[in-house]
Design a protein around this ligand. Structure first.
Ligand SMILES: NC(=O)C1=CN([C@@H]2O[C@H](COP(=O)(O)OP(=O)(O)OC[C@H]3O[C@@H](n4cnc5c(N)ncnc54)[C@H](OP(=O)(O)O)[C@@H]3O)[C@@H](O)[C@H]2O)C=CC1
Ligand SMILES: O=C([O-])CC(=O)C(=O)O
Length: 277
């Protein structure tokens, strides 16, 4: 480090307030954008928003994604896996960082390679609706766990998909108790339920291997709370994290906690001196 680089003034300058764009102003993005605009995240200001539909009630300009990459230096994605696939690399190449909520996109090895190979922007993901990922990530350095399992239980209506046949849809719609609608790995499942099982991909990112995470997706008409149960066992220990979330009232596929998890992730990325991060 040179003498100039080491001066407090220059170091403080490197921590300029981050100009944030929120993409997707739905259940997650609206809460996130509103909080940033209100100054709830020290170190971040809301520069602009991007959405497919006209946005009202947010005090930042709505722009195209092309304009956004010019105007911001951090994009918070709350739009969907397709957005990450389509625009992720361009955002990073333009020099903006990307905080991903739709982590299911990242279990595509080719896309993950492209994103990790593109810069100077950096890719972050939020833990979103699940907890314990920091510990699973830490445990990884002691060796891969033997078994990792995620069981996600949601209201049947939140799990209906265009690819489902009549028989499965009928089972979902007439269920009087829990029905397993898919069993697979964290590589297969988030692709099949792109708006409902990103959590599987988030667990996989923590564990380091989507093929190692066994996932069971359960529809349960009595699941007024969305449940995610993570179980991991290895030589170094065993872990069990269970969360039960109130769903968002407008989009019950998404848990109400998720925008707040995104805000927490953002706060850690843009953290200011004077905060314990
Ligand atoms: N990591 C986690 O734990 C979780 C992750 N998620 C992820 O976050 C995403 C957003 O969730 P949520 O807020 O509940 O979803 P919503 O459907 O409530 O909102 C998404 C918004 O993004 C818009 N949108 C979609 N695609 C684009 C695009 N290419 N460009 C601009 N705007 C776009 C949608 O518009 P339109 O409706 O017109 O397409 C909609 O307004 C989910 O799809 C899911 O992938 C969700 C929950 C938990
Ligand atoms: O919000 C949740 O509980 C989980 C969710 O939709 C997802 O992972 O895509």
């Amino acid at each position: 480090m040179t003498a100039t680089q080491g001066t407090p003034a220059v170091r403080a300058g490197a921590r300029a307030v981050r100009r944030v764009c929120v993409v997707g102003l739905g259940a997650i993005g609206r809460v996130v954008a509103t909080a940033i605009a209100e100054g709830a995240v020290p170190g971040a200001e809301l520069a602009c928003v991007v959405d497919n539909r006209p946005v009202v009630g947010i005090s930042a300009p709505q722009v195209t994604i092309d304009q956004a990459v010019e105007e911001c230096d951090l994009v918070v994605e709350a739009a969907g896996q397709a957005f990450v696939r389509e625009h992720g690399a361009r955002i990073l190449a333009a020099g903006a960082d990307l905080l991903v909520a739709s982590t299911g996109a990242l279990t595509d090895d080719a896309l993950a390679r492209t994103l990790t190979g593109t810069g100077p922007g950096r890719v972050y993901f939020t833990g979103g609706a699940v907890g314990g990922l920091d510990l699973l990530q830490a445990a990884r350095s002691l060796g891969r766990p033997h078994r990792v399992r995620l069981t996600t239980t949601k209201l049947p209506g939140t799990l209906e998909q265009p690819w489902m046949d009549e028989e499965l849809l009928h089972r979902l719609r007439t269920a009087t108790g829990p029905v397993e609608v898919m069993r697979g790995t964290a590589r297969d499942v988030p692709v099949k339920f792109p708006r409902s099982t990103n959590v599987a991909a988030s667990v996989a990112l923590a564990v380091g291997d989507p093929d190692q995470v066994e996932v069971s997706v359960v529809a349960d008409p009595s699941a007024t709370l969305t449940r995610h149960l993570i179980e991991a066992h290895g030589e170094h220990g065993s872990y069990r994290f269970e969360v039960n979330h109130v769903p968002d009232p407008v989009n019950p596929a998404t848990s109400r906690i998720v925008p707040h998890a995104v805000l927490r992730s953002l706060a850690a990325i843009v953290g200011r001196p004077g905060q314990i991060l």
